[in-house]
Design a binder for this molecule. Structure first.
Ligand SMILES: NC(=O)c1ccc[n+]([C@@H]2O[C@H](COP(=O)([O-])OP(=O)(O)OC[C@H]3O[C@@H](n4cnc5c(N)ncnc54)[C@H](O)[C@@H]3O)[C@@H](O)[C@H]2O)c1
Length: 337
């Protein structure tokens, strides 16, 4: 029988692309559990919602009873549900971030103590590292989270590790670097630049724009998570794995590339205040996941960005709808995460 994979947060950016990937490339059955917060958009799954191997449960990972019921039906869990916006965590504080990112993870982990699964994959984040003390950052780099978002991701990351160490459960911790691609909420930096430029509005860059990140195309991330599901469990259980490209690109360079891809003038570029808790530089070491799972990123930044820009140009109603809704609930600025 085909594996049943629970992907939490399925209507979000990375998880919806990952689900589409699983349905297209594997025989797995997929269950998605999503609370449909402001970041969850059923449109992200609209083209696959009727797929015979996908079932969608509208619910919260903090709902202990529901989580136990769903977990009892699956073999693999990919916990990707989260409050994911760095800037929102800075502007509004950490409460929702703590309950979803940490308590939600704890509820899922306790559910697999009660009903064991074949493997549990926690989608953590490279943001747990803070500013790079060395380049590239390997999985042994100290954890110095610099925003409430990153603090809660580090909490969930270490909680998952402790459940592996204490209860010997098959848990893998994955730290993706900055994803970009189709269906990313326009609060995040790359879609924000694209949607600002498409509307001929100023493309706003925090500080000098020299903050740089290791940018990972979302389909490459989907392939990495699939490779982690398929790796022998004894090889990956209890391990932390970066998902990165090993290259970094500055926010300023991205703004310039977006403007040039869209044929817009450089004068649209505007610098605004640096955000607090800014991480200056991030480059991930890619050696461990290559060695343990045979995965490496395949998409060059130029190619991924061109595909992303084309998607936003062709799917204007998708992002215009989100921006219109957001006017009733403003989220300030944007982040690189
Ligand atoms: N986007 C990135 O660059 C990046 C990088 C590294 C790690 N991550 C991590 O990857 C995961 C996915 O990120 P994303 O950018 O796709 O996020 P996203 O904000 O686009 O999607 C998050 C999804 O989780 C759902 N959700 C939120 N709270 C929930 C709850 N309590 N119960 C059930 N569902 C809930 C939302 O409705 C949404 O569909 C997150 O764990 C994030 O921390 C993201």
């Amino acid at each position: 029988m085909a594996k049943r994979v629970l992907v939490t947060g399925g209507a979000g950016f990375i998880p919806s692309n990952f689900i589409r990937h699983l349905l297209a490339k594997t025989p797995y059955e997929v269950v998605s559990l999503d609370a449909l917060t402001y970041a969850g958009n059923p449109e992200n799954l609209a083209d696959v919602m009727a797929h015979e191997r996908l079932s969608f449960v509208h619910g919260d990972i903090r709902d202990e009873r529901l989580v136990r019921e769903v977990v009892a039906e699956v073999d693999v869990i990919v916990n990707a549900a989260a409050e994911s916006h760095v800037e929102k965590s800075i502007a509004e504080g950490g409460s929702e971030f703590v309950t979803t990112n940490v308590e939600g993870t704890q509820i899922l982990l306790d559910a697999i103590r009660a009903t064991p699964v074949e493997r549990f994959i926690l989608i953590s984040s490279s943001e747990v590292y803070g500013t790079a003390e060395r380049d590239p950052m390997d999985e042994e780099h100290p954890l110095n989270p610099r925003s409430p978002y990153a603090g809660t991701k580090a909490g969930a990351d270490r909680l998952a590790y402790s459940y592996w160490a204490t209860y010997d459960l098959p848990i893998v911790i994955v730290r993706p670097f900055n994803n970009y691609g189709p269906r990313q909420h326009p609060e995040k930096v790359i879609p924000r630049f694209i949607t600002q430029a498409l509307r001929d509005q100023p493309v706003t860059i925090h500080g000098d724009g020299r903050a740089s990140r290791d940018w990972l195309y979302v389909d490459d991330d989907a392939e990495a998570i699939e490779a982690i599901i398929e790796a022998p469990i004894e090889r990956v259980s209890g391990e932390v794995l970066n998902v990165a490209t090993g290259l970094d690109i500055s926010v300023l360079d991205i703004a310039e590339l977006v403007l040039s891809l869209l044929g817009k003038p450089a004068s649209l570029r505007v610098h605004v205040d640096e955000r607090p808790g800014q991480v200056r530089r991030h480059i991930g070491s890619t050696d461990k996941i290559a060695e343990l799972c045979g995965w490496r990123a395949r998409t060059s930044f130029e190619e991924g960005l061109a595909r992303t820009v084309a998607w936003y140009r062709d799917n204007e109603p998708w992002w215009r709808g989100i921006l219109a809704n957001r006017e009733t609930r403003p989220v300030r600025g944007a982040s690189s995460s």
